[in-house]
Design a protein around this ligand. Structure first.
Ligand code: 5GP
Ligand code: ZN
Length: 114
């Protein structure tokens, strides 16, 4: 998607602070962090939201969670814990139309969320 900001980050057309990358996924620090650790994990392939995930393409989501575990260890939040968030659509608070998983940690995040 030529006008998608996260596709541009994945293609290195827009700079980001990359914490993990492989052939399918890139993870980078959120520009406006909501916790001491706030990483966004995205597939390099464009999916608009969770609504685009189906039986045929859902393998990427499992891969993202395997990456999550690696990043937690790398950033030292595996022992203290973290939260993975996927916002979908207007009521979910999604502002960027390329599926992404927020990884938040480094402080007690409380529950329930706002
Ligand atoms: P959403 O609200 O869609 O779930 O989350 C979008 C996230 O992307 C927000 O937390 C926002 O701070 C982050 N974000 C938006 N534009 C950029 C950008 O250009 N670079 C980075 N690193 N993060 C961005
Ligand atoms: Zn995209």
């Amino acid at each position: 998607m030529s006008d998608c900001i996260f596709c541009k980050i994945a293609n290195k057309e827009i700079p980001s602070s990359v914490v993990y990358e492989d052939d399918k996924v890139i993870a980078f620090n959120d520009l406006d962090p909501k916790a001491p650790t706030h990483v966004l994990i995205i597939p390099k392939e464009h999916f608009s939201s969770a609504l685009d995930i189906n039986d045929e393409n859902c393998e990427i989501i499992g891969h993202i969670f395997s990456v999550t575990s690696k990043i937690a260890k790398k950033l030292g939040i595996d022992k203290t814990g973290f939260r993975i968030v996927n916002n979908c659509g207007q009521d979910g608070g999604q502002t960027v139309g390329h599926i992404h998983f927020h990884m938040l940690g480094g402080r007690n995040l409380g529950w329930p969320p706002g």
